[in-house]
Design a protein around this ligand. Sequence first.
Ligand SMILES: [Ca+2]
Ligand SMILES: [Ca+2]
Length: 289
Amino acid sequence: MPNGTIKKVMITALLLACTGIPLFDNVTARTDEAGMSLLQQSALMKEKGDVSLLHVSVDTAKILVDPKDNVYYSWEKRINDTIGINVTVTNMTGLFGLSFKLYFNSSLLKCTSFIENLFRSVTPPSSWDNIWRIKRKIDNEGGYVEYAYTYMDSNRALSEGYAPINITASDYPEGKLAAAILTFSIAKMPPPNGYVDCPLHLASVQPIDMLGNVILYDLVDGYYRLISPTGDLNGDNVIDVHDAILFASAFGSVPASLDWNPKADLNNDDIVDLFDAIILASNFGKPTS
Ligand SMILES: [Ca+2]
Ligand SMILES: [Ca+2]
């Protein structure tokens, strides 16, 4: 392949890589699996004639994993290195008690620290004795952490003025107010040219108001991924122009082709094409371990 073509392929790939096309945008907002989706809840209320809460579709209360995209490369992290992942709340009014579990893959991550933050943040220290810690549990066997907090004496909480809790989006935009401040340590490195993947999944979520009703909410799960970058075609542990040249010479090939190079088929779909070029371009210049 002439040099001009190599250059064109690489430039196109780099341009595509720089447009911010999300490679791992597989995380969607969802609700507790045991409960109804927000739309279902809204539909039910509408059916019952209760339209007073229908505005939630605009300013939905949310419980989110923050950051939701936890992506690291194998040269950035080692076994036992730590990462911080919080469970945060925004746009929720009238909160009086909150419980949830956050599930993770315990062969990839271990939770090493779990700090309650929400109730302590909004309650004066002199009244912290009125916060009831029902559950703050790390289970690295089962792969989850469990959070359950409320106020002990509701009359006292009311009269002292810190409850119910109003977490406005203006005071606490997404990611600002953590309920749980969690630290995880890395338990497993990815295989060469591979990755490890771990959903960070919220479940058993119950935000409760003073009357014991569940407050409408939506959930945003997160994920953790540790990547050993692909694209080192010549095996010298760095992805550079030498790999790009080898890649370009296999561009367009399939297994039956004379110029087929399986190492250039970075996404393993039996063709060396622009999708592979994007992967190589996004890893360009990086060491592989
Ligand atoms: Ca190389
Ligand atoms: Ca391919």
